[in-house]
Design a protein around this ligand. Sequence first.
Ligand SMILES: Cc1cc2nc3c(=O)[nH]c(=O)nc-3n(C[C@H](O)[C@H](O)[C@H](O)COP(=O)(O)OP(=O)(O)OC[C@H]3O[C@@H](n4cnc5c(N)ncnc54)[C@H](O)[C@@H]3O)c2cc1C
Length: 467
Amino acid sequence: MKMLSPVFASLKEAETKPFWISNQDAPEAFPSLTCATTCDLAIVGGGLTGLWAAIEAKIADPTLDVVILESQHVAYGASGRNGGFFSESLTHGLAHGLSLWPREIDTLLRLGRENVSEIFAYLDAEGIDADQKFCGKSVMALRPHQVDELAASSKQLQEYGEKVEFLTGDETRKDIDSPTYLASLRIHDGSGILDPAKLSWGLRQAAVKAGVRIYEMTPVKALARNGAGMLLRTASAEVSAHKVILATNAFAPLLRRMKNMAIPVFDHVLVTEQLTSSQIDSIGWKESQGVTDAGNQFHYYRRTPDDRILWGGYDAIYYRGSSRVASQEQFDASHQLLAEHFFETFPQLEGLNFSHKWAGMIDTTSRFTPVIGRAFGGRLAYAFGYTGLGVTSSRFGAKVALDFINNRTSELTELTLVKRKPIPFPPEPIRSALVAKTRGALAREDIDGKRGPWLGLLDRMGVGFNS
Ligand SMILES: Cc1cc2nc3c(=O)[nH]c(=O)nc-3n(C[C@H](O)[C@H](O)[C@H](O)COP(=O)(O)OP(=O)(O)OC[C@H]3O[C@@H](n4cnc5c(N)ncnc54)[C@H](O)[C@@H]3O)c2cc1C
């Protein structure tokens, strides 16, 4: 009989669903919309952006008639598939924010802090338990050049008031034991981990309590101007709305101009079976902080409340033509590569199996920060493009979108991050070629630490890709 390779064997029994959704009872689905309706505000998409937009709209005006139209179910998209890392950053990290908006960085940092503290104050007030832990995070150096980079970034973070420690290789391995670690940055505040499905379902319940109508299994097929408002068409009904917010993230956009602003990139994730207490002891990791590697192509990983490890990232894939076919979520080569890296990082866990494997689309912009704008003379706003950091910044996106549809000039709408859109992606076939070239350049930088001419050019153009 042929023996399975240990990596292949570890994935053999894995369920092909997001752990957060399949490991606990999802709330009962709401019925789909079957007859014509009217409302003040129609929100397309029932992820975190859509839910926050609905909740904030009701907080501002409880009499408003707000409807969410969701093509599958709340938390079907990235909001129920992510790693559950939350962060105060609105700019994909301090260094990235400083390089793009040095004059506004203090404001952006303050707004990011306020955003997170308001989110958790709201969860407290509503009694929403999303297993949130303010445990900070660690960034691991796996290559010699990353040790110096982390030391420099430690200094920079401290200058901006962050509580950060630079740990040597020995100190790092005492905290979390892996032979791959050369040093690390332990960032104590401003971030943590949570259960993204519990967060989404808690907000869903709070939205309904506030009077929001949610229709699930209701994909919006088209939209058009309709007198002073908008008309949305679903398969079997029409919604006549005074205002509309598009919160559709990396899914096929309903608005032509959104097509070139972000590309869908499939990001893969694994979750292990539960660890025994001796397996946990062999790693340490007592503070359960979220962890990422320092490179461009990085893994992110964390413990779950029931003693598993979620392990994702590294091999994000863009498919030609911005293809969003759901079957691309199960790409064996990416899941196997992730599993291989997992056992290189934690060889002491050899023999452990993965219980879940999935992927989700990341709405990647050329600047790694969200795009929030308006169309149809202010009747519609959109917020997307969080590029893998939307668990908490989705509320920021929702708030800016609400300012736009209310025709309000605010501190948020005046940010350069909001006013200036990222450089759009070119059409195919140039798009695929540029994505492949950039991916190759980022992978080379991870090996030798040299930015290289192509990434240097992108940096000068204000194109992101340096997280
Ligand atoms: C694998 C993965 C890991 C990630 N890890 C992290 C992390 O650890 N930390 C972090 O901060 N961020 C992370 N992110 C990003 C974060 O999850 C997203 O930025 C955030 O969830 C975006 O929320 P959203 O509501 O905008 O989008 P989504 O949650 O994707 O919601 C969009 C919704 O719109 C619906 N929809 C689309 N089109 C239509 C239509 N025509 N009609 C009706 N409904 C429609 C979809 O069904 C979907 O439910 C990750 C993302 C992925 C994919």
